[in-house]
Design a protein around this ligand. Sequence first.
Ligand SMILES: *Cc1c(COP(=O)(O)O)cnc(C)c1O
Length: 409
Amino acid sequence: MPGPGYAFLGQEERQNVEEVLKNWDLTRFAYDAPEKTTFVRGLELSAQQVFNSPYAIAVNSGTSALLTALAALDIGPGDEVIVPGYTFIASLGSIVYSGATPVLAEVDTSLTLDPQDVENRITARTRAIMAVHMLGAPCDMDALTAIANRHGLAIIEDTAQACGATYRGQRLGAIADIGAFSLNPFKVITSGEGGLVLTSDERLYKRAYAFQDQGWSPLRADRDQSDGDILFGLNLRMAELAAAVGIAQLDKLDTVLGQVRSAKQHLASLIPTMPGLSRRTLHDAQGECGTLLIYVLDDPAAATELAAALDSKTMINSGRHYYANMPQLAGLADATATPFRRATNNSTPDYRKGSLPQTDDVLARSIALSVGVSDSYLGAGFGITARSTTDQIAQTAEEFTQAATKILG
Ligand SMILES: *Cc1c(COP(=O)(O)O)cnc(C)c1O
């Protein structure tokens, strides 16, 4: 089972898809006419409501949403973007393809950005902080916002893994300058492939809209482009079939989250506290999605042993999420990575294993139990799903407790 939303796909999604097929209305724009009523526009309006954001744009993936956010902020060659050394590779890829330089920062026991380390890495070139709400839980947004304000930086919220979560009552992705979501099958809700961009800033909205739709003004309404920035765009538009699924999933978001959260709470309540075993730090325990239950052990050797006993792995072994498991970064550092062969600037950051000792340490001691998201690349091969029965949850808790007691007791 991929993400929890996948388990809730049903009649509502099917009905919308059949509606699209009835007239073969496969795209939000027929020719270059202004848009009429479509599922893509419906999804955008619904997202504005759900996340309480003045503007929403549906795009074809989470990676596209991040690239669009960076383009809206006019981030490019010569600019630096601070990003955690623990995140999905797409966070880095989007920065690289915008032409900017990713600068890696440490995560702490929240498995999200360590604000102090972020501030230490700010240079004259820094333009933005990519705050990745990792594994369903918010970053320390108060601390990051204070730092961004102090240094005149933008914050991009990478909300791909935390759709619907809140921080002090505000939905993630709608707190900072611009937010990016993914609707791929491993996320909280899905449209098959898809993404969303949120902002409350009209100028960023216009630029973001233009970037994902060949430089057009919003909804192609201003045919003469008399208003706003003129920029080249790409085609990153969401298709109607995806939106037909996505809009039904967005309607179910709070239902999905409710089930995931109560499953997580139940699982956690059955696992006793023991010395050497802590829970991940949460910056908003009520607001997080609850898609994973994460333990941070005191001792890395014990963590490795426990992971093996569960037929899982510690998080330092997560492919494509931990910087030292991304061979692409080496090519970036020596300017041989496609298509960035030209020398970048002289001060290429250090991406080698060991350059983020705190991140290396925390991930070597962390184990994720799947609750709604089961993804071997996250090291979450052991756990339950949003649909697990009380008996299954009890059995999983028992297995974990026995293995942990044997190793730590
Ligand atoms: C999934 C994910 C993305 C990319 O989303 P896609 O829809 O797969 O392109 C970006 N950032 C993070 C943190 C993710 O987990």
